[in-house]
Structure formats: C-alpha cells, structure tokens
Design a protein. Structure first.
Length: 424
C-alpha cells in the first residue's frame, strides 16, 4: 500500500519507522516530515491543515491510506473533507471525523460526554464572558489548587493550575474577557483538582471494537523534579508500574467500554486512536481529558512495544474487523528521554547542527524537530530528538537512553536527567 502520514514530530517518525517494517507497505510518504522520516520515507513539504494540498498529494502519489498524527487537522475536519470528495472518499483515514474530534477540540463537549455516559471525572462547570461572575462564585466553592481549562485547542498551553483563589479569578477574567488564549478560551471549564498519579491509556478503535495498547506516563515540566514550565513532554515510560492488571481492568470497565459505547450511542463513527489521560486517585481511574490521536512522546514508548504489524492493525480499523487482529505486546520496559533546544519551552533558536546520531547503536533515535540541509541534520524545533531504549527494568532502559544521549551533541542541548524518578 501507498501510505501518507500527516505530521512532523516524534510521533510521526515512530509511526513511519514501525510501518516501514510491514511487508504490506509499498511506498511511505510523510507530510511535512523531518530529517528522521526522510531516511525511511519521502517527505512532502505541505501543511497538514491545507486540505487542498493534501488532496493534490494523495492523488499525485496514488495514496491508499491516510494516517493523521496531530490533532489540528482532525479537529479541522480532514477526515470529513476526504469523505466528501468524490475522488478521495474511498481512501481510509486513521483518525476520527470532526464530530469525534470534538472530544479533544472542546473541553466542554468532552466533559458533557463523560457526564452523559457516566465516565468518572472531576466535578466541573463551564463559563463564558456572560457568566464570568458565576464562574468566580463557582471557584469559591472549590479548594485550592484551582484548574482552569480553555475550551478549544491552545497548543498545549490552555490549562492553568493555580494555588491562589484571587489569582484564579484574575486568570478566569483574562481568559474570558481579554481572550488570553484567543477564541480557544471563549468558554472556560473550571474543575476540581484531582490529587493522584497521572498516566495515559491508549485505545485503537474501528468504531465497533477496540484494542487497548500499552499504558504510558509522560513528564511535562521542563525542570527536574517536575518543576518549571509545562512543555509538550520531556520523556515517557511504558508500561506504568502501578497500572497493574487490576487497575487496568477498572480502566477498561469504567472508562474504555463506556467511551466506546457512548460514541456509538451518540451516532459518532469513530475510527482511530483515543488517548485517555487518567488520574489514579486511591486506586480508581478518573479521566482528566481525551485526546483524539496518540501522544508525543508517549508514542515513542508505546509503538516500540507493539510487536504486531501496525499496518495490519490500521487495515482492521479501516475495514472494521479490528476484533480479528492480534495485538502482541513486548513485555520489556521502554523509556524515552527528550532532547530539547536551549530556551524551550519559551523562545529558542533553530538551525544548530546535530552530531553523533550515527554513533547510537543501543537506542532508537526518533526525530521530533529536525531538518536536513546540505546533508547536515539541524535542529528545527523546541523538542529535537527522543531517545528510546528497551530494558528489563526502568533503570536498565533509562541507563541505555542516557548512555546514547552522551554520544549526541548540538549547541544548547538540554534534557531532564530524572525521567522516571517517581516510578523507580
């Protein structure tokens, strides 16, 4: 098959590397891709949210399946666009249509969905500028810390966790009245803070049946000990040690099944990944959020543990016979450590030459923000490389990742030296 992956990060490189191992693959294209995908696929310099450019690419390259990596094209309706086009509608898309993508595209919609289908989550209410004062009064009924979430997509920056009631009220006004996050915060969800341990569970569904993929835990803060600013993710571990069979059975019974059944009851034909962000509160799973695609850098530890043919699983999604497919999971632990540019997650420079990748032999180097110019690999983003290793224990896998990092260099490179610190 000729396959097109939309996206340019570590997640897309992980998909590409796994798909390249399938005997069913003919030619692989990635749009726009990065220096890593360029080594195993043909990069095409188009924006995944430019649907007409995507159409031209699909027709020119006789694409037979489209895999959507990031959320923006899904929330924007790329799947609906493909289905509505007479020349494209026969081509399967791995990723939900616009109605399903609202699970991530609207925090308010996802909370209503959870409430409607009795999926455990934090107590909440939603507010607009017209109900600002009611929002402030609702904050007074909660205990610190206070959680404010912009309803729409805000590039991972739309969630605020604040210790001061006065500051929470000020930020609510900033979001609703002064549009701190633009249209994304025209509605704000305020919810009670959940005190527990966070993890993510990933589900692949064909709209009727589902397969639960390995669990993972990522580390968002830039600083060690989970201090400092939030990032897109500084590393990840899979599996999560505390997510034992008993806990994961609770996740399946209380979260996964009601989610899949709820989508069916609501008439949402959902085909693709569901990323379920969970909090383990005293041994019980509560949903923090849904995402409608795989996470990054979680993909870089989940995909290496799947021993099955990923393309065969995607065909199961497209043909709605996923229940017939076998998902084999590698029992080893996977760890990934993200190497980032100086200054990230705030202002950072691009174009720094990366040296030493070829010296890494015991880990997989996933490219996140890179490009190739004149046969040199250069930094092209805040998050640059994800270094993934397998081992019998978290400690063993991390030791391999950190040993591999010592062989790589670019000016200003930064990484956390304590990934997995709370699990070991």
């Amino acid at each position: 098959m000729n396959i097109l992956i939309l996206g340019s990060g570590g997640r897309e490189h992980a998909f590409a590397l796994k798909l390249s191992q399938s005997s069913q693959l003919k030619t692989l294209f990635v749009a726009p891709g990065n220096a890593g995908t360029a080594e195993i696929a043909q990069n095409i310099a188009i924006d995944p949210t430019d649907f007409q450019a995507v159409k031209n690419c699909v027709l020119t390259n006789e694409i037979e399946m489209i895999i959507v990596g990031p959320e923006a094209p899904l929330v924007g309706g790329i799947h609906d666009f493909i289905l509505s086009d007479a020349q494209l509608k026969h081509i399967p898309v791995i990723g939900p249509k616009k109605d399903g993508a609202r699970l991530e595209g609207s925090k308010d919609f996802s909370k209503q969905f959870m409430e409607k289908h009795e999926i455990p989550t934090a107590r909440y209410q939603s507010f607009t500028n017209e109900t600002l004062n009611e929002g402030k009064r609702f904050l007074e009924t909660l205990k610190a810390p206070y959680v404010l979430k912009a309803d729409g997509l805000a590039a991972g920056k739309g969630v605020l966790i604040l210790d001061s009631l006065q500051e929470a009220k000020q930020e609510l006004e900033e979001m609703l009245t002064n549009k701190k996050f633009g249209d994304a915060s025209s509605t704000v969800v305020i919810e009670e803070f959940l005190d527990g341990i966070e993890l993510s569970v990933f589900v692949l569904t064909d709209g009727k049946s589902y397969k639960i993929l390995p669990s993972a835990k990522d580390y968002k803060r830039i600083g060690e000990g989970d201090k400092g600013l939030n990032t897109g993710g500084m590393g990840a571990i899979s599996p999560v040690p505390f997510a034992d069979d008993s806990f994961l059975q609770k996740v399946e019974d209380r979260v996964v099944k009601p989610t899949i059944n709820g989508l069916q009851k609501d008439g949402i034909d959902y085909r693709g990944f569901i990323f379920i962000g969970l909090m383990n509160v005293n041994g019980n799973p509560l949903v923090i959020e849904y995402n409608v695609r795989m996470g990054d850098p979680e993909t870089e530890v989940v995909i290496p543990r799947i021993d099955s043919d990923l393309l065969e699983l995607f065909r199961g999604v497209a043909q709605q016979n996923l229940h017939e497919k076998l998902v084999k999971i590698n029992p080893e632990t996977a760890t990934t450590v993200m190497m980032v540019s100086a200054g990230y997650p705030e202002a950072y420079q691009k174009g720094k030459e990366i040296l030493g990748i070829g010296r890494v032999d015991n880990s997989t180097v996933y490219h996140a923000g890179t490009k190739t110019i004149d046969n040199k690999i250069l930094t092209n983003g805040g998050r640059v490389l994800a270094i993934t290793s397998l081992g019998n224990t978290i400690e063993e896998a991390l030791a391999t990742s950190y040993s591999s990092i010592s062989k790589i260099h670019f000016d200003g490179m930064n990484y956390r030296k304590d990934i997995g610190f709370d699990l070991v």
